[in-house]
Design a protein around this ligand. Structure first.
Ligand code: ZN
Length: 160
């Protein structure tokens, strides 16, 4: 019955990003279940209690896209969002602490990027948004947001 019950691949343009909300959330580093956004909250599910490594951040970004026929809001979780951001959610979170407008600037940077996205409706019926299962930027010369942000803020790339 739903148009996107099965995964559908669309060509689209990124037209916006909900950066007013946090672009990521805290999750258990072992089982990846969501943790409360308070310091030192430990996972109740897998009893992963080693404080230093108990959590990591994962992307959860609501992105507006335009296909040739309509405008859609799609939820991008970690694997898809990393393609756009070019770094882990932890790295972006720390970058945003040093550069408070990084999220809104990332949204501006990514606006207008043409992508091929595979969309699906999550199997649990209560999720309200389509999910971007995969994202492939189409512009040759596409740069993930973090690279443009580092240039913008004059952050030297780390030499490894
Ligand atoms: Zn856990």
């Amino acid at each position: 019955m739903e148009e996107y019950e099965k995964a559908t691949t669309v060509m689209c343009t990124v037209i916006g990003m909900d950066y007013a909300n946090s672009l990521s959330y805290r999750a258990c580093s072992l089982c990846e279940r969501t943790l409360p956004d308070t310091l030192n909250a430990l996972c109740k599910f897998c009893h992963n209690n080693t404080a230093s490594s108990s959590s990591k951040r994962l992307f959860r970004v609501l992105v507006s896209i335009a296909t040739d026929t309509k405008v859609l809001n799609v939820m991008c979780f970690d694997r898809a969002a990393r393609v756009l951001f070019g770094c882990s959610a932890d790295d972006f979170f720390h970058f945003s602490k040093l550069h408070p407008f990084a999220a809104s600037n990332a949204a501006k940077i990514l606006e207008g990027e043409m992508c091929r996205m595979t969309l699906s409706r999550p199997k649990n019926g209560n999720a309200q948004h389509l999910r971007a299962v995969s994202i492939v930027p189409l512009r040759s010369g596409f740069k993930p947001a973090i690279e443009s942000l580092k240039e913008f803020y004059g952050v030297k790339p780390a030499t490894s």
